[in-house]
Design a protein around this ligand. Sequence first.
Ligand code: RP5
Length: 166
Amino acid sequence: MSAGGVTVGVVMGSSSDWDTLQNAVAILQDFGIAHEAKVVSAHRMPDDMFAYAEAAAGRGLKAIIAGAGGAAHLPGMLAAKTTVPVLGVPVASRHLQGVDSLHSIVQMPKGIPVATFAIGAAGAANAALFAVAMLATGDADLRARLEAFRTRQTEAARAMTLPPPR
Ligand code: RP5
């Protein structure tokens, strides 16, 4: 964790993305990761976006989870301006259901990677779990909590029962 500061930034293109990105924040909260969540719109706040990316490493951020919908240029442009790993979450868009967001984020040209996750809530949660896994490589206590999370998930799946056929 960075000295007294934020370790993982969660940014999104609009407050309308919060319903999706809150799934990432919930995971970070559960694991006690110091984080922040804010709107940083690539096309409506380009100067703010550049400032956020340029300050990220100096602020001690270890990962940036960036969610956006449609022409989802936010994750790519952040990644272009910082070497802090950017984890991209495609948000389901109104007209193309997030396939546009997914393609926009995943098809980064060679040289500037964005780790891209599934469309929607699952992608947001997995981006946060991936950030936890990255941080856990240097934090034995966090790794133990991630392993315990996996164990609980396994036990929950083993306890699943099925109803009789109709
Ligand atoms: C993108 O445009 C945002 O990431 C959002 O998913 C989409 C729609 O934004 P709003 O019109 O809801 O503000 O910038």
